[in-house]
Design a protein around this ligand. Structure first.
Ligand code: PLP
Length: 204
């Protein structure tokens, strides 16, 4: 992270490292906590719930998984940030939690048929709906992007994400994982989501 920030002329404080702790046992979360990490990413409500109860209150929990509408209210109750908002039905459920929650809108940047997230052309309309929800605070955009061998191949997608995010008025930009976070930082990511590179391989 430090090297990537330096090469891009950015302050390291401008990037938040989200420790993606899904499928990792609680001891690993404690190790990360003791090293000073305070942002954790989880993908499944049920698994996250027990970890959230067990960990100290100063942890920021980021929901990065598939956001099922029937679980969205509970997720909005437990998590500080939801990275994967892409449907109106989810928005309605989040509003029922009746508490402020930061949200990022997931973008299917490469128009991959199997991926969640809105394509770029539908983003403006969805963003307007989000802005109408008082307690749902629009913070910016998120993408996972195509799985590629060479992280350099992600650069054009990350660059496009940055342009779209700026146009949408996003202050945060959630992109970059273990294999490509350096490129993501160089292209303007503010939140990298790193699991394997921190914790090693996950239990399947
Ligand atoms: C699992 C996951 C990550 C972390 O992936 P790694 O390659 O282990 O760093 C990041 N983002 C999302 C949305 C994930 O589901």
């Amino acid at each position: 992270m430090g090297r990537a920030c330096e090469s891009a002329g950015r302050q390291t404080e401008s990037v938040t490292l989200i420790s993606v702790s899904k499928n990792q046992p609680l001891e690993k979360l404690w190790e990360a906590y003791e090293l000073g990490l305070r942002d954790f990413g989880e993908s499944r409500l049920q698994e996250a719930e027990s970890k959230i109860l067990a960990m100290p209150k100063d942890v920021q929990w980021h929901f990065i998984g598939n956001l099922q509408s029937n679980k969205a209210k509970r997720i909005a109750t437990l998590f500080s940030v939801i990275h994967t908002l892409d449907k109106e039905a989810q928005l309605k459920e989040i509003a029922k939690a009746n508490r402020p929650v930061d949200v990022l809108l997931e973008v299917n940047i490469a128009d991959e048929p199997q991926k969640s997230g809105n394509p770029v052309n539908l983003l403006d309309a969805f963003r307007s709906q989000v802005l109408n929800c008082e307690l749902t605070r629009f913070r910016g955009l998120m993408t996972i992007g195509p799985a590629v061998e060479d992280p350099e191949l992600m650069r054009p997608y990350f660059r496009l994400m940055k342009q779209i995010n700026d146009r949408a008025g996003g202050e945060w930009l959630s992109m970059g994982m273990s294999g490509d976070f350096e490129v993501a930082i160089q292209e303007g990511s503010t939140h990298i989501r790193v699991g394997t590179a921190l914790f090693g391989e996950r239990d399947k």
